[in-house]
Design a protein. Sequence first.
Length: 278
Amino acid sequence: MRLQYLAFAFSIILFSCQSSEKSEEDIIWTSLFNGENLEDWHVKIRGYELDDNFGETFRVNDGLLQVRYDTYDAFQRRYGHIFFKKPFSYYLLKVEYRFVGDQAPEGENWAYRNSGAMLHSQDPSTILTDQDFPISIEAQFLGGNGSDERSTCNLCTPGTHVVMADTLFTPHCINSTSKTYHGDQWVQAYLIVLGDEEIHHLVEKDTVISYYKPQIGGGNVSPVDSLIKLDGTPLKAGYIALQSESHPIDFRKIELIDLADYQNDRTKIKELVTKALR
């Protein structure tokens, strides 16, 4: 089947370091974050209008994009997301993050050292004022508590479904096979996103979960515009966003290789991704 073929193809490129005759000049990482300000990004926090960055939840300090809650008396389910200014369809995304400090008062227990990268997200301008999460595919970032196992780069599906093992996957979250990252250490995540075909999560260049045919469906988004949430619609493209879920987090690299020009050339995509991950 096609899904099995695609998975097999990427198992080759992600666990192989074969040399290539092509020039390294083909690899062009674009930095989505300039290290100086939030230019090119839009903030949406539950309960506030688009671009109202309540309490400077999202800020830049020492070259880092930071999520902080020092102005909050209590978190009060003010889930937030910061969106890059334009959508993408086929790409390789690299995100380096670390959890720091203490969780905001009244943050839910499940949100301890919890954040994520939202993929194929709905346009932030279509998110309702009181909507908690964008319709999207979430690469969930989790940090350890110092003792228990807690994987990262998991899959969560706010308002979406995916296919796994040729079956529509409808639960909200599923854990990856990654190890646990305790403390305030930096973690490097890679996300291979190929339109509505397939998505792979990698931690430190090791594949930890793969899935296929992302599409709108299911719950875990409320309230939501019924004209936007059209269940069964394939997610061919969308915005990239980073989360605020009540625990402070730093991002120091948010970089992307745009693969859209090669969406019909799987050989070229494999070549570029292999080089980028070497």
